[in-house]
Design a protein around this ligand. Structure first.
Ligand SMILES: [Zn+2]
Length: 86
């Protein structure tokens, strides 16, 4: 990777952040993008469709629900790790 690409790759990407947040708070199932719904992972774009359609869902999740989302994913990781070690 060139020096320029390495530097640019280290910069935050707002679309990627929103896409990842959509996955953390599990909104892709309601996303109007078919690929998001079928894979259960938001594929985003210029603001994931689920974000553009329901910004309050995202803000509520960040303001009030992050402890629950964090615990959900800690539990998921532990469950998957247990399954994979069998
Ligand atoms: Zn989506």
């Amino acid at each position: 990777m060139s020096r320029v690409r390495t530097i640019l790759a280290g910069l935050p990407d707002a679309d990627d952040v929103l896409r990842r947040l959509a996955d953390v708070i599990q909104v892709p199932s309601g996303c109007r993008r078919r690929g998001c719904r079928t894979q259960g992972l938001c594929q985003g774009g210029f603001g994931p469709p689920c974000f553009l359609e329901n910004r309050k869902r995202f803000s509520d999740a960040v303001l009030e629900e992050m402890a629950e989302h964090r615990q959900h994913w800690i539990d998921q990781r532990a469950r998957i790790e247990t399954l994979l070690r069998r």
